[in-house]
Ligand binder design. Structure first.
Ligand SMILES: Cc1cc2nc3c(=O)[nH]c(=O)nc-3n(C[C@H](O)[C@H](O)[C@H](O)COP(=O)(O)O)c2cc1C
Length: 148
């Protein structure tokens, strides 16, 4: 399967998780392209069988800063031809935990996109050990691989 991962990351945690998801998917023989949201273009979506969107949560439940303009573009795009997965970084410590994932889910569904599994929330704060959730991520990829 040809998969595109688009991530937005301020301090690098989401970028690293996106890289881990990519390498795990490659272990299952998928072709994976990984792109910072600042370089993403909806025109490329036609080339992929699955699009994975990943954002951290900031500023009281907002999408990661770079993801905000891209989410506006997604709102104005017909996504009915495309399949998506969403992952989100955040922490239960904050008053609006994992809201970035909820926001992306809302945007994708409203534009007609099909989400093939529920949003994957990864509880990983900026000062947590970066590998803290790696096992959960690896497990998630092996489960979603059975749906691909
Ligand atoms: C100032 C600040 C505000 C944050 N706000 C939220 C929030 O509202 N909800 C949430 O779930 N996580 C929140 N987080 C947690 C971040 O999503 C988390 O630190 C994440 O690992 C950052 O990933 P990134 O480096 O890829 O951007 C916040 C973190 C900081 C430092």
């Amino acid at each position: 399967m040809n998969i595109l991962i688009i991530y937005g990351s301020t301090l690098g945690k989401t970028a690293r998780i996106a890289g881990l998801i990519a390498s795990e998917l490659r272990n299952f023989n998928h072709d994976v392209t990984i792109r910072n949201v600042t370089k993403a273009n909806v025109k490329d979506f036609d080339e992929y069988d699955l699009i994975i969107l990943g954002s951290s949560t900031w500023d009281d439940g907002m999408l990661q800063f770079d993801f905000r303009p891209f989410a506006e573009t997604l709102k104005n795009t017909d996504l009915s031809k495309y399949k998506f997965l969403i992952f989100c970084l955040g922490s239960e410590k904050y008053p609006h935990p994992f809201y970035a994932g909820k926001k992306l889910e809302e945007v994708v569904l409203r534009s007609g996109g099909k989400i093939i599994s529920e949003v994957f929330n990864i509880d990983l704060d900026h000062d947590d050990e970066e590998t803290l959730r790696d096992n959960e991520v690896i497990e998630w990829v092996s489960v979603i691989n059975t749906k691909l």
